[in-house]
Ligand binder design. Structure first.
Ligand SMILES: [Zn+2]
Ligand SMILES: [Zn+2]
Length: 216
């Protein structure tokens, strides 16, 4: 998930019932008709099991509605207005606690991907291979952008990117294979090859590697 406004991650919400710090949680997926449109990407929820709202809520729900559930105190970002949310179990929301550090990293990655996609359009004129490499090496980036970046790699025909690609572990084998093809083509264009022993780029016609001295 991506939070548009990262400042919510710095918010501190204190549960009015138990005075514990409320947890920042991802909003559950909205099902049509259940009225769960909070208009927010995260909610602050008191996940303290000893919180009176929660511990006394079971009996209240049982008496009033006749089913097994309780309440958690909840606040929306930017607000201290008190809400409650019905939960069917102790563990509801415990799996959706947002780790601010991780969320910042995810957002940064996402922002970089978007920037790189825009820069891709002009990178050849700008002679800037950076956005191409950003996308080629970003395992979380969208495939379409990465494939486009690999095509551009070929047009840059720049052997200085080979090491970064060779040292990257691709999760998608089709992308890796495509990169391998582009690298082979670029090496050919430059009359080069990779030494099979030390992986340094050397002249295609060399029969001894100038780096590791191996006979080829
Ligand atoms: Zn509480
Ligand atoms: Zn070598």
């Amino acid at each position: 998930m991506n939070i548009q406004d990262l400042s919510v991650l710095d918010e501190e919400h204190i549960c009015p019932s138990c005075k514990n710090k409320m947890s920042c949680c991802e909003v559950p997926p909205v099902h049509v008709g259940d009225g769960l449109g909070w208009g927010s990407e995260v909610l602050f929820i008191c996940l303290n099991d000893d919180c009176p709202t929660f511990s006394k809520g079971w009996d209240k729900v049982d008496v009033n509605y006749g089913h097994k559930a309780s309440f958690r105190n909840m606040q929306l970002p930017g607000s201290t207005e008190q809400n409650v949310m019905m939960v069917g179990s102790k563990i509801a929301f415990t799996g959706s606690i947002v780790d601010p550090e991780e969320m910042r990293e995810q957002n940064e990655r996402y922002t970089n991907e978007k920037k790189a996609l825009v820069a891709l359009e002009t990178c050849l004129q700008d002679k800037d291979i950076t956005p191409v490499m950003t996308l080629v090496l970003d395992e979380a980036a969208d495939n379409i952008g990465r494939l486009k970046a690999i095509d551009l790699l070929q047009e840059f025909n720049d052997l200085s990117c080979v090491d970064a690609i060779r040292n990257h572990s691709f999760k998608k084998t089709d992308l890796e294979q495509k990169c391998n093809l582009v690298i082979s083509q670029m090496l050919k264009n430059h009359f080069k090859k990779e030494c099979p022993y030390c992986a340094e780029i050397i002249k295609a016609q060399a029969n001894k590697c100038m780096h590791c001295n191996a006979d080829l």
